[in-house]
Write a new protein. Structure first.
Length: 236
């Protein structure tokens, strides 16, 4: 079951419903070959999605893949931008037929079902974002978001995940994710997995955030305790 899910490039569409019905987060639970309990979470934002598998108990990161998605009829087609298990698939496309209800997505050919976690709400920051700059010593250093090297963050109504990767070299640099809240200008991440350091699972990080001219300004301390002041822009 685990092998099937982690090699699957998840792409979904609802029958008789529009693409908005897919937006949000979905989950599926499975068991690894050695009996570990795994959680498989998919986050859909406008035009972009990510699937990640991690150990429920330890937070150990297992696999992630994702990219762009577009729908036609009852078929969702994804162009793969990153895949930690099969990087050779980066740049290729995969299409699947699915059935979507208000609470379930089923991949028809595989018989796999994912249960809905949220519908993209409350989600003030719901969507796909690219890191577009940093503020260092009071000066903004912009980052070109049009190149192959990207740091993307995808948020549903309650879940977040960031991914650093390069579509040209097919290199994956890291990812982390979990749940989040936005309350009174404070953005809190509750980490459930972190590919670079499993021990960060369970950590909560609080940041000040503000939307300025559509850009997400993000200030606080990283998981290492280092000060960060980042700018994120909505990915078109």
């Amino acid at each position: 079951m685990k092998k099937l899910i982690v090699t699957l490039i998840c792409s979904f569409i609802s029958l008789g419903m529009n693409a908005q019905s897919v937006l949000g987060a979905w989950e599926n639970h499975s068991t690894s070959d050695n009996g570990d309990q795994l959680r498989n979470v998919v986050i859909f934002a406008n035009g972009y999605q990510v699937l990640t598998t991690y150990d429920v108990t330890t937070g150990k990161f297992i696999h992630t893949n994702g990219g762009t998605w577009a729908l036609e009829g009852d078929i969702m087609t994804e162009k793969i931008e990153f895949n930690t298990e099969n990087p050779e698939l980066v740049g290729s496309e995969a299409s699947f037929k699915v059935i979507v209800t208000d609470s379930i997505i089923e991949i028809v050919d595989k018989g796999l079902k994912f249960k809905r976690i949220d519908k993209g709400e409350p989600g003030e920051l719901q969507g796909a974002w690219l890191m577009s700059g940093r503020v260092i010593d009071g000066k903004t250093q912009s980052r070109d978001t049009s190149g192959p090297r990207k740091t993307m963050k995808i948020l549903s109504g309650t879940r977040f995940q960031w991914i650093a990767y390069n579509t040209e070299t097919k290199q994956f640099m890291g990812t982390g994710g979990g749940t989040y809240t936005t309350i009174d200008g404070e953005y809190t991440e509750n980490i459930e997995f972190f590919s670079r350091d499993d021990s960060k699972a369970g950590l909560s990080l609080k940041f000040n955030y503000e939307l300025i001219d559509g850009n997400w300004n993000h200030k606080g301390l990283s998981s290492k305790g280092d000060p960060i002041n980042e700018i994120w822009s909505v990915r078109d």
